[in-house]
Design a binder for this molecule. Structure first.
Ligand SMILES: Cc1ncc(COP(=O)(O)O)c(C=O)c1O
Length: 388
């Protein structure tokens, strides 16, 4: 089978919601992927922050296969050992009290919205339900998470959207202007990934936490993209020294299988009771067995390594002529260039380097285990493409 055959079949039968690059991958190892024509690529995208230990990772595969050999699924009417183990691991590593498992980032955020609204209604009545999010944010593709997303381009065609979302400027004044007696929660991404790897100002994040505490507004950190070691911290909020009430994550947590987690802290810990929320596949034992392996390996040594590699990568990028600005944290990097980002991505792919775009920027989200040799390869290609 060749790549062209797969691409033609996909174009004929799969809904055209993705502007795909003309490549189909057959196999790979670690940071290297190979297409059906045998061409090799260095991966600086990780399937959009998912394959944090690269592809075809032996340890993660073994954990998944052990569980596959036992039982692949039971309903959530029964207990499974991997789900309980993953819940414990996440709570121990973050200080969360309870975790709800779904299948994606959008579902984790839906869960956070429900948890915040129930918390608010129980204490303050049904009128206090408004969720504030930030301009430039991205929270998912379901109707509620699209309504939460603070970018107009995602709001065409699909309305009417659920009510109760307000998008505010990422500034203390902006936040104070938006908060009313109806405000129930503030949802932020510490680093806005989809809108261009925009790192939120630490002073703003700290002030937002304080305002939320004072007014008993639920602070939700969306760590779908920033989470699970990506920034050189287990979760990016930890770099800001804040304690949120709810943290959502997905992507890298499953190492390549679908999972979403909504971690409930302190006052939100026991907000849900039986029947409040659910999911057929959420917390599937095979996926959770893989996720336990992933989370178990994200230790301080690896996180330090991510921070060091991120600094090395960013320092190299800043030297490239044509690079106007480099933003990010750890191995979540945005590059502002004079040349259009999509053109850069296409030319990099032709030369065997996979990079992403985020709005007008080039975005790099390599596997956390990327080696120096592969970073140097990426820097060389990016230099060639951006400065040309
Ligand atoms: C910050 C953030 N939140 C939510 C989502 C939605 O996640 P999913 O595609 O798994 O539903 C994404 C996806 O890119 C994201 O980056």
């Amino acid at each position: 089978m060749d790549g062209k055959f797969i691409i033609d079949e996909d174009k004929e039968y799969v809904a055209g919601t993705y502007a795909r690059f003309p490549v189909a991958f057959k196999d790979g190892k670690g940071c290297r992927l190979r297409d059906y024509d045998g061409k090799e690529y260095v991966d600086c995208g990780s399937g959009i922050a998912v394959d944090i230990f690269g592809v075809n990772d032996e340890e993660w595969k073994s954990a998944v296969i052990v569980q596959l050999d036992r039982v692949q699924h039971t309903s959530n009417l029964f207990y499974t050992e991997p789900q309980a183990r993953l819940g414990k691991l996440l709570c121990e590593k973050t200080g969360a009290k309870k975790v709800f498992f779904g299948n994606s980032g959008a579902e984790a955020n839906e869960c956070a919205i429900k948890a915040a609204r129930k918390y608010s209604e129980m204490l303050y009545g049904a009128e206090r339900k408004q969720i504030i999010t930030l301009k430039g944010s991205f929270h998912g593709r379901t109707l509620a998470t699209l309504a939460a997303t603070g970018q107009d381009e995602f709001h065409k065609y699909f309305g009417p959207f659920p009510e109760g979302f307000l998008h505010c400027e990422a500034s203390v004044d902006g936040l104070r202007e938006c908060i009313t007696e109806k405000t129930c929660a503030l949802m932020i991404e510490c680093i806005q990934g989809e809108s261009g790897v925009n790192v939120l100002d630490a002073g703003f994040v700290k002030a937002a936490e304080k305002i939320c505490r004072e007014r008993d507004i639920v602070l939700i950190c969306d760590e779908v993209q920033t989470g699970n070691g990506r920034t050189g911290h287990l979760y990016a909020y930890q770099a800001y020294g804040i304690v949120p009430d709810i943290v959502t994550t997905a992507k890298g947590l499953g190492g390549g299988l679908p999972i979403g987690a909504c971690m409930l802290f302190g006052k939100c810990g026991d907000v849900f009771g039986p029947g409040d929320h659910g999911s057929t596949f959420g917390g599937n034992p095979v996926v959770c067995a893989g996720a336990c392996n992933i989370i178990g390996r994200l230790d301080e040594e690896l996180l330090r390594d991510v921070r060091e590699k991120g600094e090395y990568f960013m320092a190299g990028l800043k030297k490239i002529s044509g690079v106007e600005e480099v933003s990010g944290m750890g191995l979540m990097i945005g590059i502002k260039t004079a040349k259009p980002a999509l053109q850069i991505a296409k030319e990099c792919i032709e030369r065997g380097l996979l990079v992403l775009t985020a709005h007008s920027k080039v975005r790099l989200l390599p596997p956390l285990t990327i080696g120096k040799e592969d970073i140097d390869f990426a820097l060389n290609i990016l230099n060639e493409v951006i400065s040309s």
